[in-house]
Every structure is written in C-alpha cells, then in structure tokens.
Design a protein around this ligand. Structure first.
Ligand code: F6P
Length: 541
C-alpha cells in the first residue's frame, strides 16, 4: 500500500506556493527573451521522442521544486511498489500490473498472492498469436467453413476505447478484415452496423472484464440473436470469442472454454488494451504489429522506471500538469494530435485520466483540500484550429495543450505533411508569442487593431515523434498511463478504482425497472418529472 501524505503539507508545496507568487504574472515571452538557450535546456530526447516543454510557465527553479515535491511524496517508492506487484489499488485490494502485460524482458518474476504472473500472461499472448494467425490465414473458419470477413468487438469503456483507438491509429497497417465496435446500448446504431454485415462470415468478440456490464451483455444477446435468426439451427460456437475474468459467466453465455481468454484483477479496464482485450488489434493489424505495440509500451516502462526524474517524460509531463492544476488553477488540458489517425486518442485518454484521477478522497479517506484530476479534451489538428482554437488564442481561459506530431509521414510521397506540420509549429509559436494588432486605416484603424491583438503567454508541450508506428504508439499510450499514475501519487489518491462510474450502473438498473413496470418511485422532483414524461410519451408498448 502507498503511504498517505498530504501534498499540500509538504515543504516543497509550501516552497512552490511562495514561488508561484513570483511566477504568476511572469510572461513566457520574457523568459525566452532573457535566456536564448531556453529550448535547449527544457527538452527531453528519448528514443524517437522529443518533448519540448520550454513553452511552459516555468523556470529552472520551478522544475527543481516540482522534482522536490515528487521526491517528498515518495514517487520513486511508489513506482517500485507498482512494479513489484504491491497492493497499491488498496480500495479494491489489488495489485496494478498492466506493465506486466507488455513485459518483454523474459526475466520478470513479479508475483501476486505468491504466484508469478508472467507464465499466464505469456501463455495468453501465445494463444492470441495462434488464434489471430489462424483467423487471418483462413484456418479458423466460420460454421460453414468460410474465412471470416468481419469482426464485431462488443465491449464498453476500457473494453472498447483503447482497442478502437489503436485500430483506428494503425489504419495504414490494417489487413482486409472489417472491424466494428459496438459499445453503447443503442439499438439504432447496432442495427446500422449489422445491416451491412454477412452473419455467415462475422466473428464476434465479447470483451468484458466482469461479464456483468449490462450494455455489453445486452448487445451480445442481440448479436447472438441476429446470428441465430439469420443462420438457423447450426453450431455457431466458432463465431464467438470472449475475454473476461469471469470464465464461468462467459461459458454460461454459450462460449466454448477454449474460446475464452483471461483478464486479471490486477489490470484495470482502462489499462487493458495490452491484454487479450486487444485481440481486435491483433486481428486488425496482425500479431507482429500487436507485439510491436507491446514492445513500445515496454520501452516506455523501462524509461519511466529507470530514468532520473528530471529527464523522465511521464514524470515531467505530470509535474507540469500539477503545477497548472494546483497553483495556476487551470482546470482543463487539451490534447491535440496532428494526425487524423489519432482522432480517437482524446476519448481514450479521457477514460484513462479522468476515471483514474477524478477522486475527492485522499488515501486516508479524508476529503482532499486541493484540486485533483484534470479535465481532458481534444481533437485533431488542423481541424481543431478551425473549431475551438479561437478560445485558446483570445479567450479568457488558459488551457495548457499537448501538441503531438510526427516528423515523418507514413507515406514518403505525402506532400501535405509539411503543411500539416507547419500548422503544428505555427500554433504553439503563436500561442506563446501572441501578436500586436495591426492597424488598417481602411477598416477602422486602432479600434479594430484591438481585436486583432493576441496576448500570447499560453502554455503548451510539444511532443514530436519520428513516425506513427505500432511501436511509437505503444510508447505514447504508456507515456500517458504513467503520467496519470504520477499525478495520482502526487495527489495522494487511489487512481485504480472507479466507484463513481459503478454507482451509475446501479442507478440505471433501478430506473430501468421503473420504466418497465411504469411504477415511478420517489425521486427528486426533476428526475420524477422526466421519468413520468418519458413513460407517458414513449410509443413502445
Ligand atoms: O464504466 C465503468 C467500467 O467499470 C470501466 O472501468 C470499464 O472499463 C468498463 O466499465 C467496462 O467494464 P467491463 O470490461 O467489466 O465490461
């Protein structure tokens, strides 16, 4: 279990508070003007990654104090505790070992409850490899002996967002297999997917760590019904594959034992794409690419575990975010990838970061007296520039941004990549420097020049990666996973439970019963009013 230390009571926090009083109105433009070498000092280069964090409201002193904070809050010990399999998810009495899923060292001896975890993980990896190869080379076939043409992945939250994001990101590594994700319990959408598919050649993955998530089970039942109605009374067991910790429940649903892949309690849903939860990734891009993704994450794990905090990518990103969240009071952070293929990254990060760190009790169970989890949002650039960037440039709120871009495009002949990246560099430059408004006599002179003024001084990180590959994607995702972990340690919270979302599941079940029976119980007057309106106006009997 991690020690409980209130960050706001540490020496470093107090020093940071005093330092903030000096920094609050400092302009980054002045910091750059004073030190021509600033960018050279404030960057980290690791493998094919470059992080330039010089466009932040920090000095070398700020970074020193933030690192002091990390040390005082025993970050090193926390990292070791996670890797050693200690029960750091104390509220659920679980270890946190998503890192073991991508361990490529062949030497890990990490144990949970006295048992080494790697044999089971490696065995599952091998099973995924065999299965996906057999599907792709047409050895594992449909009930009628045909090669599968399409896959439906049914799952929600971590059983959907991560794999969906990766498959989308690796579009240029895809094979011909059609991949479809069903997460929401929304029949209209489900039907729109099913109507385009041939049931005879559709493989169904039911991915649910608990196998009790209502949305997933209801969707699985609907898809099962669709297969049965269309294909008749035949043995469809080859069409179903399950991923779950609840093997028995999955078998009760009708899955063959050999078609069920395990999940483990020591892996949270939002950190699970590296396990069999990512079977849709291995199917979509082939096992070798899936393995490269794992290798990338493993490389980032080693960097995180072994590198001095001052040169440690996840640690530095986490500390900068703490600086803004807890001292400047900036509540949100934007992630803007300059690759259309990373369009689903913000949604994945929202679950990863907000489900992990959206907590208001500290590790002693006391209400926190400081801000915790940041609000994450974003969209791909350049598109986002034509949408919400106006507010970044001239709004009243300050939103620190992570710009993520790639030095090289996938296709060498891509001529638009330089246009894309010119925007990438131009935006963070404009946000930093701002601009005085030009005066055009013809359209109002100094009056309009006012509106053309940009104050600048808007912070951003630039994460520049050589190329979008399975490996660098693995590195990038693991980077944010570890950033999330570091922040949880600093904020003295439990990052690996999710009681908040679990409560929503109970509420929905109760209300569902009221809608079904049309007996509306006592609620607050708004909820009751809405439920009565809904029951009265719905056309379904
Ligand atoms: O919504 C809460 C949650 O528990 C997430 O943490 C999880 O990723 C998702 O539901 C799906 O859960 P399961 O994989 O058990 O169906």
């Amino acid at each position: 279990m991690l020690e409980s230390i209130n960050p706001s009571g540490t020496f470093a926090w107090k020093k940071l508070r005093a330092h903030f009083a000096q920094m609050e109105f400092v302009q980054m433009q002045d910091l750059f003007a004073k030190d021509k070498d600033r960018a050279n000092k404030m960057n980290i280069q690791w493998n094919d990654f470059l992080l330039d964090y010089s466009k932040n409201k920090v000095t070398e002193e700020t970074m020193t104090l933030l690192l002091e904070l990390a040390n005082e809050l025993k970050l090193k010990e926390a990292i070791q505790a996670m890797y050693k399999g200690h029960i750091i998810n104390a509220t659920e009495k679980r270890a946190v070992l998503h890192t073991a899923l991508r361990d490529c060292s062949n030497s890990s001896t990490v144990e949970v409850d006295g048992e080494t975890v790697m044999p089971d993980i490696l065995d599952t990896r091998e099973r995924i490899k065999k299965f996906t190869n057999r599907v792709l080379n047409g050895e594992y076939v449909s009930y009628s002996g045909k090669k599968f043409t399409d896959v439906i992945n049914i799952g929600i939250g971590g059983s959907d967002l991560g794999p969906k994001m990766v498959v989308h990101a690796l579009a240029n590594y895809r094979n011909e297999l059609g991949m479809h994700y069903i997460s929401n319990v929304d029949d209209d959408y489900l039907q729109s997917v099913l109507k385009k598919l041939n049931p005879e050649t559709t493989l169904v993955l039911i991915v649910s760590k608990t196998f009790t998530t209502q949305e997933t089970i209801e969707n699985a039942k609907k898809v099962k019904q669709w297969l049965q109605v269309n294909l008749g009374n035949v043995d469809l067991s080859n069409h179903y594959v399950g991923v779950s910790t609840a093997i028995e429940e999955a078998m009760n649903f009708g899955l063959k034992r050999e078609n069920i892949y395990p999940m483990w309690d020591f892996v949270g849903g939002r950190f699970s794409l590296w396990s069999a939860v990512g079977i849709s990734i291995a199917l979509a891009v082939g096992f070798d690419n899936f393995e490269e993704l794992l290798e990338g994450a493993y490389a980032m794990d080693s960097h995180f575990k072994e590198t001095d905090f001052k040169d440690n990518l996840p640690v530095v990103l986490a500390l900068l975010s703490v600086w803004y969240n807890n001292f400047y009071g900036y509540e949100t952070e934007a992630v803007v990838p300059y690759s259309q293929l990373l369009g689903k990254l913000p949604a994945h990060l929202q679950q990863m970061i907000m489900e992990s760190n959206g907590k208001n009790k500290d590790r002693s169970g006391n209400p926190v007296n400081y801000q915790t989890g940041t609000l994450i949002w974003g969209e791909v650039g350049v598109s986002a520039q034509h949408a919400f960037f106006q507010l970044f440039h001239q709004g009243t709120k300050v939103i620190p941004i992570d710009f993520i871009g790639f030095v090289n495009p996938h296709f060498k002949e891509s001529t638009n990549h330089d246009i894309l990246m010119s925007n990438f560099f131009g935006q963070s430059e404009a946000l930093l420097n701002g601009k005085v408004g030009e005066e055009y006599e013809s359209d109002g002179g100094s009056f309009l020049s006012n509106f053309r003024e940009f104050c600048g001084n808007k912070p951003s990180n630039t994460i520049l990666i050589q190329k979008l590959t399975p490996k660098s994607l693995g590195e990038l995702i693991a980077l944010y996973e570890h950033k999330t972990f570091v922040q949880g340690v600093i904020w003295n919270i439990f990052s690996f439970d999710q009681f908040g979302v679990e409560y929503g599941k109970i509420l929905a079940k109760n209300i569902q019963n009221e809608i079904k029976t049309k007996i509306i119980c006592e609620h607050d007057s708004s909820t009751e009013f809405l439920l009565r309106y809904f029951v009265k106006n719905r056309m379904v009997e």
